[in-house]
Design a protein around this ligand. Structure first.
Ligand code: SAH
Length: 350
């Protein structure tokens, strides 16, 4: 592993401090931030308005890029899936999902994952390592450059949303995620609205507490997978160690400090998570709180017996929730024809 950190691991304010410490004029800091976060520079040579000596000094201490494209797949539904290799040879996935008027970027926060969820391809290899802030931010830059090269026809907005629903458990890597969120929302960073960012978590209590304390204002999705602690542990063994009650209470606390409704993600697996009794219990748990539910029929893995819930049972599950006054939506997962289900591309390549 190279010892030089990625320059994009620094947040915009740290970039300014770095430049003032190097006794260059302060406006150089602003120019550098624009190259990093606005023009998506991938080569020091691009930064023509910065003195060569300054660039050389930066290059001696920092690496400008850390991701290399290994493979790109495009689905019939126009979902684009990317496999990137990191400087140490490990690989991660990122996805562009075309929506009605914008694109959604689905990003990774770890190489692999320690949560061992039975339905998820990323879980199979366990956790390899955390991503750095720079590696998280560079995924956005790479996807944005790809959209610039090959625009999505019919897209009205150049804006994009970010969901942390790729590989890894974001709240187990809060140390890198927190500065990444700062850079994403900073006016001299990526200048994104907090409304366009969604962190998805399996709900480790320690991580949820850090999120509540920092209150970054971004959206929160809590992946549930069970209506009792026992049920949840079967499907999500590691997250199941945090009690449902505690995870839901912390998620609701976050919803209050952020002033936003929290989303509950529920993967529908045939005969495992789609029983009407489970829907009833889920409805009882969520009723009267500021939650909505996204129901996600399982994206089947090639080497697993788990199957998605059939459509009539999906609608029945949804009906039980809405009848109880809990808003519930069915979410289709994109890119089924291109290994897009959560870590399958990396898995095939290994
Ligand atoms: N660890 C975080 C983020 C990564 S998983 C979390 O658990 O939320 C992102 C979402 O993808 C989760 O809601 C998870 O339940 C869902 N998911 C994982 N594998 C899936 C599959 N095979 N089919 C459908 N959804 C899946």
């Amino acid at each position: 592993m190279e010892d030089k950190p990625l320059l994009r691991s620094l947040v915009p304010d740290q970039i300014s401090t770095l430049i003032s410490a190097s006794s260059a004029s302060a406006y150089r800091g602003q120019q550098l931030r624009q190259w990093l976060f606005k023009h998506d520079a991938t080569d020091w040579e691009q930064m023509g308005n910065l003195p060569k000596l300054l660039r050389q000094n930066l290059a001696a201490r920092f690496e400008l890029t850390g991701l290399q494209l290994q493979e790109k797949q495009v689905s019939a539904d126009r979902t684009r899936k990317f496999l990137f290799s990191l400087r140490d040879g490990h690989t991660i996935e990122s996805v562009i999902i075309p929506m009605a008027d914008h694109a959604t970027f689905c990003l990774s926060t770890q190489v692999g994952c320690a949560m061992a969820c039975t339905f998820c391809a990323t879980a199979r290899g366990g956790l390899v390592r955390h991503l750095s802030t720079g590696e998280i931010i560079e995924q956005i830059l790479r996807l944005r450059l790809d959209l610039k090269d090959e625009p999505l026809p019919g897209l009205r907005e150049r804006q994009f949303n970010v969901v942390f629903m790729g590989m890894g458990e974001p709240l187990d890597n809060w140390t890198a995620l927190e500065p990444a969120l700062q850079t994403m929302m900073h006016p001299d960073g990526l200048a994104m609205s907090r409304r366009r960012i969604q962190v998805s978590t399996s709900g480790p209590a320690a991580g949820l507490r850090l999120l509540v304390a920092a209150a970054p204002g971004v959206g929160l999705t809590l992946s549930l997978g069970g209506s009792t602690d026992q049920e949840r542990r079967k499907v999500m063994p590691v997250p199941g160690r945090t009690s449902l009650q505690e995870a839901l209470t912390l998620a609701a606390d976050y919803g209050r400090v952020a002033g936003r409704r929290v989303t509950i993600a529920w993967v529908l697996i045939k005969d495992r998570t789609d029983e009407p009794a489970q829907a009833q219990r889920l409805a009882q748990m969520l009723k009267g709180h500021n939650f909505k539910v996204n129901l996600i029929p399982l994206n089947p893995l090639t080497d697993s017996p788990l199957a998605p819930t059939a459509n009539p049972a999906v609608l029945a599950f949804q009906q039980i929730l809405t009848d109880a006054g809990v808003p519930a939506f069915v979410r289709a997962s994109g890119g089924r024809d291109i290994d897009a289900a959560c870590g399958q591309l990396r898995r095939r390549r290994q």
